[in-house]
Design a protein around this ligand. Structure first.
Ligand code: AMP
Length: 352
């Protein structure tokens, strides 16, 4: 929709029938992300290619990149798909993380726990999202069952961060090195799924600025062309630790559709299409609340009756538990983000 507003016609490649993106796009190719014939036909029909989902095939993207420009590059997607490469890259580029170790065998895990202590978090290196593919180890007897359950290997073990807040920064970067970053936001999760984003994060300016500087180092280090979210923790000492990158529009940036002259989606398209990047300014503060699963989606009629709630529904067919079906944004005057009670009141039927 952001691309259409800039005068572009979008062509979607997806394995899914009746996907939300194709409902609002000019053309669609249905095919698997590794279907070479579909990928070739798709590349022939378009001028430039991007992705808005991390679990696309990097091999498929390589084929596309041999035919048309792909932005961000497949190399950046590969880093984001493999936690060991991701943490190695972050640590080498001025983005400290919680201490971590790669874990291939049970012996590795025992050595890693001896080094990092408990509690700690064991994660699959690939295919984790929304808290899937990870386990918190609290006691020695947790090691074997968690190791056996988590697949595929390799895994990584990370120190448990007793965080004061989870935050993120979304940045856009053009091929000429032009750069724009949205405000640092706070993300609150429920059942490992993003529930609320507060924009801006209610943090001391020094902490919010440290997060901005870290996101810039990461984007420059990756030589990013496109848009990227950096997810971080703020620990109890106010230290910012990187957690992971997502080289695409991110759920913690959905508030920008309503609170900014140019949203994360517009900046993504501009960066990918080689257009000038405007500043990522916000005209309002905002709270974004996800609509997850059937229970929250059932509140839709009440949401529509509540003044001030800006509704977004994605057009997904089935509201399965844990599935993100849409979101709601509530705007506040700049500088006027309320505290917890004010936010709850402003969310009306969604204040749980
Ligand atoms: P991830 O898949 O790495 O984004 O992890 C999903 C969620 O698990 C994060 O948003 C945190 O809420 C939690 N989490 C992940 N890693 C850690 C950690 N090292 N310490 C504490 N909580 C974590």
């Amino acid at each position: 929709m952001a691309a259409a507003r800039l005068g572009y016609r979008c062509h979607i490649l997806t394995p899914e029938a009746d996907s939300p993106a194709e409902q609002v796009s000019a053309a669609v190719t249905h095919g698997d992300y590794e279907d070479r014939a579909a990928l070739r036909a798709f590349a022939q029909a378009v001028d430039v290619i991007t992705f808005e989902f991390e679990n696309v095939s990097a091999v498929g993207l390589d084929l596309l990149a041999s035919l048309k420009p792909v932005r961000p590059s497949p190399a950046i997607l590969r880093i984001s798909q493999y936690r060991i490469a991701e943490k190695t890259f972050l640590n080498a580029n001025g983005a400290p993380t919680a201490p971590w170790c790669p874990v291939e065998t049970l012996d590795d895990l025992q050595a890693a726990v001896a080094a990092l202590g408990l509690p700690s978090v064991l994660k699959t290196a690939r295919f984790g999202y929304d808290g899937k593919g990870q386990a918190t180890l609290r006691a020695p007897e947790d090691l074997v069952p968690a190791f056996e359950e988590l697949n595929p290997k390799p895994l990584i073990l990370e120190s448990f961060v007793d965080y004061a807040a989870e935050i993120s920064v979304i940045v856009a970067r053009g091929s000429d090195g032009s750069y724009a970053a949205f405000s640092t936001v706070e993300n609150r999760h429920r059942d490992h799924i993003l529930d609320l984003t507060l924009a801006p994060a209610p943090l001391a300016p020094a902490i919010a600025n440290a997060a901005q500087a870290m996101a810039r180092r990461v984007a420059d280090g990756l030589d990013l062309v496109g848009l990227l979210a950096l997810e971080m923790f703020v620990d109890r000492n106010g230290r910012v630790l990187a957690n992971e990158i997502a080289p695409r529009p991110h759920n913690s940036g959905h508030w920008t559709i309503d609170a900014c002259p140019a949203s994360q989606f517009e900046l993504h398209i501009r960066a990918v299409a080689g257009l000038p990047l405007p500043a990522a300014e916000r005209h309002s503060d905002a709270v974004m609340k996800n609509l997850v699963g059937p229970d929250e989606t059932a509140l839709w009629p009440a949401i529509l009756r509540t003044p001030g709630l800006i509704p977004h529904l994605y057009g997904k067919k089935e509201a399965r538990p844990g599935r993100k079906m849409g979101h709601v944004t509530r705007l506040f005057p700049r500088g006027g983000l309320p505290g917890a009670f004010g936010i709850a009141a402003a969310l009306g039927p969604l204040a749980l």
